[in-house]
Design a protein around this ligand. Structure first.
Ligand SMILES: [Zn+2]
Length: 329
């Protein structure tokens, strides 16, 4: 069955990679991450765009927009919105499938008085309205896993990330917005733009308990979620409960891995290239085993039990939900 990885960052077309994609019949939706207010992310965008043009059956891409430099005294909000919309117009004309906002909105960008710039800031409303009017989806990574606000815990699926990236570990930074505040800002956007197709990346940052995620899905019918980088969080929960969740919300969950390409395989000597492609293969086979098998298995070092999802649910999770929620895919 053809499979869409709805959330990945992999801009390369080494023949070994293309062979792997052909083997699994995989199509990659490459996601741009705007890390700054001066277009540094455009290099990736151009790469993702040209890959999608060269290999449309294997690649698609999601654009983004520069962060607003609200701390700059000369910042002109009217001009900013105009520039963002012009950029989006161009990217969608060039084949972009969606637009992404990242966690730096809510957790990094600040007004000169120190207030954080949140995703429900009125500045962004015309941009979201523009997307909604055209049926272009918004992929939003707002906040972080709840563990980000809790003490480092060795068994946590996020232990590695927060021990390596302490600047993002909010437990030690109480002056930053709480997880709840960020979720509330995100929910206000869902409320204010009910016709915006909204995909919450990483299980909408409610990865710690599918029962909590259900409350938000029930409240906002315009919300779907992707599983990217949260397999460990699902595997940590009771498999029967997760199976019931995925089955009940089978139209609103998109398969994604969030693999981030560190070095393009095509720039590496054959042996290292083979290693990288093998690692990628393992990512996919682990995901497939968790969703498809019924037996005991290990996911990211945790003992768990496969979900054994039905063929119909798998087809939605792996492909048709991505096509529904990202109509240009
Ligand atoms: Zn990502």
């Amino acid at each position: 069955m053809p499979i869409i990885d709805a959330h990945i960052h992999y801009g390369d077309d080494a023949p070994e990679l293309l062979a792997l994609l052909a083997e699994f019949d995989l199509r990659l939706h490459n996601i741009n991450v705007a890390q700054d207010s001066h277009g540094g992310w455009r290099t990736d965008a151009d790469r993702y765009c040209s890959l999608a043009q060269q290999h449309p059956q294997r690649f698609a891409w999601c654009t983004s927009f520069d962060l607003p430099a609200v701390d700059d005294p000369s910042f002109d909000s009217t001009q900013y919105v105009r520039d963002v919309l012009a950029g989006l117009e161009q990217d969608f004309a060039a084949g972009a499938v969606a637009c992404k906002v990242w966690k730096n909105i809510g957790m990094e960008v600040r007004y000169p008085d120190g207030r954080f710039f949140h995703v429900d800031d009125p500045l962004l409303a015309p941009i979201f309205a523009w997307l909604a009017e055209r049926g272009f989806p918004l992929l939003a990574h707002i906040a972080e896993p709840l563990d980000c606000w809790l003490p480092l815990r060795e068994g946590s699926p996020h232990y590695g990330y927060y021990s390596r990236n302490p600047e993002w570990h909010m437990y030690t930074r109480p002056d930053y917005p709480s997880h709840g505040e960020l979720m509330a800002a995100r929910n206000r956007v869902l409320e204010q733009h009910p016709s915006l197709r909204f995909i919450g990346a990483h299980l909408a940052s409610l990865e710690y308990d599918v029962d909590v995620l259900v409350e938000t899905l029930d409240r906002y019918p315009n919300l779907a979620v992707d599983t990217s980088a949260r397999l460990g969080d699902l595997a940590a929960q009771d498999s029967a409960k997760v199976r019931d969740f995925v089955t009940k919300y089978q139209d609103r969950i998109l398969f994604g891995t969030d693999v981030v390409m560190r070095t393009p395989p095509s720039s590496l000597p054959p042996e290292e290239r083979a290693q990288i492609i093998d690692a990628l293969r393992t990512v996919y086979t682990t995901h497939f085993a968790y969703f498809e098998s019924k037996g005991a298995l290990t996911v990211r070092g945790q003992e768990t039990v496969g979900l054994g999802l039905s063929q119909g649910v798998l087809e939605k999770l792996y492909r048709t939900n991505a096509e529904q929620w990202y109509p240009r895919l």
